[in-house]
Design a protein around this ligand. Structure first.
Ligand code: SF4
Length: 625
C-alpha cells in the first residue's frame, strides 16, 4: 500500500530527563528532507546562540532520511550535528554501518538532544519506546566492552549501538562516535559533545523493518537495477576500497607526508592498500544494504595484537597515522587504528596532531616539559601509539594535543602556526590541495573546517572520464586542469558541493552515488520520487543542498566566524617539493569572491536576505544579527 513519508523526531532533554515526540510538517519535511539538512535546520533553530559547544545548551542532532533503510544500495548513513568543540563552528559527521536504518525501523527519523545528565546515561530506543538508562558502570570502558555490556543489558545481540569511548568522556575535541566498533562519525568532535552531556550511547532496535514507500514497484525496480551493477563496482572499487589512494596519490606526488612537508613517502608501498590486502587483511566488512563491501578487516598477533572487531584502516587512517607521521610500519598503523576505535578518536585529527607535535619537536619549538622524555622524531611508531593513548586520557603532552593543532599552535606562536595544518580549527584530511585546487577551495569554504568529502576531487575531471560524463546532468561538461581555480573550476566546486549536500541530506553513501559509484543522478531523483511520493526534480534537490549551505553559513556567522576564517595555513602557499606549481593567495582570494557570488552571498561571504528568501528560509535572517 502506498504510504507517504513522515518525519518523527524524538526530543530528549537530559537535564530534565524528559522525552517527547514531534511530527515535522510535510512542507518542512520536503524542505529539509533529512540527514544533514534536517540536522542543520535543528542545530541552527534550536541551539542557544553563542553557547559553549560543551555546555548543556548545545543541541546534538541525529538524523536519517526518508530513503534510509529502503532497498536501494547505500542508504545506510546518518548524520550527527552540533556546534563543534573543535572549531566553534557548525559541526557535522556522517557514518555508515547499521545504526541509521535501525533508528528508522525503531520508529524515528531524528533525535534532538539538549541538556546534560547529572550522571552517565545511555538512551535505549526499542520499537518506538524510549528509555534513559544508567551508564555509570559503562563510563571509562572501551567501545568494545561498553557495546558488549549494553547488548547484554538490553538482551539483544542485534541492538545497534552508537557510542563514545574514553576520549569522548574526556572531552577530547576531536572525539568521534562509533557504531559496530568500526563505522565512525569521525569529524568535528561529535563524541566530545556526547561526553559533555554525560551520554555514553544511543541504542536502537526495531523489529518491524517497515518504512513508508509511496510506489514500491518503481522503487524496487530502480533498486534492482542499481544492485545489478554493484558486483562490478565491488570488484573495481571494493577490492582495495579507499586504501588504493596510497599508491595513487604517491604516483601524483600528493601523498601527504611528514605533516604535509612533502608529497612522496619513501615507504608508501609498505603502507599501501595492496600490502594491507596481502598481509594483515582477513576480510571485508560492509554497511547495511550494500554489496560493495569496501571496508577492511585486519588482525595480527605480533608485533601487536590487533583485534578484528574494530575493522581496519581506510586510506585516511593509513596516511594520517602513516605517511603524515613518517611511520612506515603497517602493523603499527593498524594497531593505531584499533586504538582510535577502541578509545573513540577521529584518526584524521589524531594523526595530524601527532605529526604536528613531531615537526614542532624536530624544529625545537616544543618546551621541554611538554615533550617530557618522549622521542618525537618522525617515524617513531611506538611514540605514535603511545600518544594516541595519552590523547584519549589527556595525559601529559596528550592533554595539549587533545585540543587540536590550532590551539596548540596558538600557544607556540607564529612559527608553529605557519605549519599547523587546519582550517577553521579542523585538521586537514589527508588530501593535498596544492595539487588539486578545487580541494583547496573546498577546504577554505567548508562550514565544518577542512573536509575532503565536500565534492569530488579535481583529477577526475582533467580528462573526458566516466566521472565527467556522470556529472553532465549538472551541466558540467568541460575538462579543467587540477591546478586551475578560475570561474569554471569554482562553478564546478559549487555544483558538486551542492550535489554532495544532497547526498548527505538523502543519507546515501558518497561511494555508492555517482560519480564514484553506480547510482546515477537521474536514478537517484527517480528513486526519491518513488519512495516519497513527492514530485521532486533534480533542481529541487539541488535547492535543498543550497539551503543546507546557507543555513550552515548563517550558523557560523551567528557564532562569530567570518570570511576571514575561509583561509588556509601558510604552508598551503609554499611550493610542494615535488611540484612545479604553487597556489598563491591572490588566486584563492579571487576564487573565494567568485564562490560567494555564485552562492548568492555578499562580498564578505554572508548569505543575503534575497538569497534566504529565494531558498524559502527567510526565518534564518533572525540568526544573522
Ligand atoms: S560503499 Fe562502502 S562505505 Fe559505502 S555503504 Fe557500501 S560498504 Fe559502506
Amino acid at each position: 500500500m502506498s504510504k507517504k513519508p513522515i518525519c518523527r523526531l524524538l526530543r530528549i532533554d537530559l537535564s530534565r530527563e524528559s522525552t517527547g515526540v514531534e511530527l515535522l510538517s510535510e512542507a518542512d519535511h520536503r524542505r529539509y528532507i533529512g540527514g544533514a539538512s534536517l540536522a542543520c535546520y535543528h542545530v541552527l533553530k534550536d541551539s542557544t546562540p553563542n553557547s559553549d559547544a560543551l555546555s548543556p545548551d548545545n543541541v546534538l542532532c541525529f538524523a536519517v532520511s526518508p530513503l534510509t533503510g529502503t532497498a536501494g544500495p547505500g542508504f545506510s548513513r546518518f548524520t550527527v550535528a552540533a556546534k563543534s568543540p573543535l572549531t566553534n563552528a557548525y559541526g557535522e559527521a556522517e557514518a555508515g554501518g547499521w545504526w541509521g536504518p535501525e533508528l528508522r525501523y525503531a520508529g524515528y527519523e531524528g533525535i534532538i538532544i539538549r541538556g546534560r545528565a547529572t550522571k552517565p546515561k545511555y538512551i535505549w530506543i526499542n520499537d518506538g519506546k524510549c528509555q534513559l538508562r544508567d551508564a555509570t558502570h559503562l563510563w571509562g570502558l572501551s567501545t568494545r566492552d561498553a557495546q558488549a555490556a549494553i547488548r547484554q543489558e538490553v538482551g539483544d545481540d542485534r541492538a545497534r549501538v552508537a557510542l563514545i569511548g574514553p576520549a569522548g568522556e574526556n572531552l577530547v575535541r576531536y572525539a568521534c562516535i562509533l557504531n559496530e566498533l568500526k563505522h565512525a562519525n569521525g569529524r568535528c568532535g561529535m563524541g566530545a559533545v556526547m561526553g559533555s552531556k554525560n551520554l555514553k550511547a544511543i541504542v536502537t532496535r526495531g523489529k518491524s523493518r517497515d518504512v513508508p514507500i509511496w510506489d514500491p514497484d518503481t522503487a524496487q525496480a530502480i533498486a534492482r537495477d542499481v544492485h545489478g551493477r554493484v558486483p562490478d563496482f565491488s570488484d573495481s572499487f571494493g577490492t582495495l576500497g579507499t586504501t588504493g589512494n596510497v599508491e595513487y596519490l604517491q604516483l601524483l606526488n600528493m601523498l601527504p607526508t611528514r605533516n604535509f612537508s612533502a608529497g612522496r613517502f619513501e615507504d608508501s608501498s609498505a603502507i599501501s592498500g595492496e600490502t594491507l590486502l596481502d598481509t594483515l587483511m582477513t576480510g571485508r566488512a560492509t554497511c547495511a544494504i550494500c554489496g560493495v563491501r569496501c571496508k577492511r578487516v585486519v588482525s595480527a598477533d605480533e608485533p601487536w595484537d590487533i583485534d578484528p572487531a574494530y575493522g581496519g584502516p581506510e586510506y585516511e587512517t593509513l596516511a594520517a597515522l602513516g605517511s603524515l607521521c613518517g611511520v612506515g610500519e603497517l602493523a603499527a598503523i593498524a594497531k593505531g587504528h584499533e586504538l582510535c576505535n577502541a578509545l573513540g578518536l577521529d584518526t584524521i585529527s589524531t594523526g595530524n596532531c601527532i605529526a604536528f607535535a613531531m615537526e614542532c619537536s624536530e624544529r625545537a619549538l616544543l618546551p621541554d616539559d611538554w615533550a617530557a622524555g618522549l622521542d618525537l622524531r618522525f617515524g617513531n611508531a611506538e611514540v605514535m601509539l603511545q600518544l594516541i593513548q595519552m590523547i584519549a586520557s589527556r595525559e601529559g603532552l596528550g592533554h595539549i594535543l587533545a585540543d587540536g593543532v590550532q590551539r596548540m599552535a596558538e600557544r607556540l606562536g607564529p612559527e608553529a602556526e605557519a605549519f599547523a595544518m587546519h582550517t577553521k580549527g579542523q585538521e586537514w584530511p589527508t588530501h593535498e590541495p596544492r595539487g588539486k585546487w578545487g580541494v583547496a577551495l573546498q577546504y577554505a569554504v567548508s562550514p565544518t573546517g577542512a573536509d575532503h568529502m565536500e565534492a569530488d576531487h579535481d583529477p577526475g575531471f582533467e580528462e573526458r572520464t566516466p566521472a565527467l560524463q556522470a556529472v553532465a546532468p549538472l551541466g558540467l561538461v568541460d575538462t579543467i586542469p587540477a591546478t586551475d581555480l578560475g570561474d569554471g573550476k569554482v562553478r564546478m566546486v559549487v555544483y558538486l558541493q551542492l550535489l554532495y549536500n544532497v547526498y548527505n541530506t538523502l543519507s546515501i553513501c558518497d561511494f555508492v552515488a555517482s560519480p564514484i559509484g553506480p547510482f546515477s543522478i537521474a536514478e537517484l531523483v527517480d528513486y526519491t520520487r518513488a519512495v516519497t511520493g513527492w514530485d521532486v526534480s533534480l533542481w529541487e534537490l539541488m535547492k535543498v543542498g543550497e539551503r543546507f549551505g546557507a543555513m550552515s553559513r548563517i550558523f557560523n556567522y551567528r557564532e562569530g566566524l567570518t570570511d576571514a576564517d575561509d583561509r588556509l595555513p601558510m604552508r598551503a602557499f609554499e611550493r610542494l617539493k615535488e611540484s612545479e606549481v604553487t597556489l598563491d593567495q591572490a588566486t584563492l582570494a579571487s576564487a573565494l569572491q567568485a564562490y560567494y557570488g555564485m552562492m548568492g552571498w555578499d562580498p564578505e561571504g554572508r548569505p543575503t536576505q534575497a538569497k534566504l528568501a529565494e531558498l524559502d528560509i527567510s526565518w534564518a535572517m533572525e540568526h544573522t544579527d
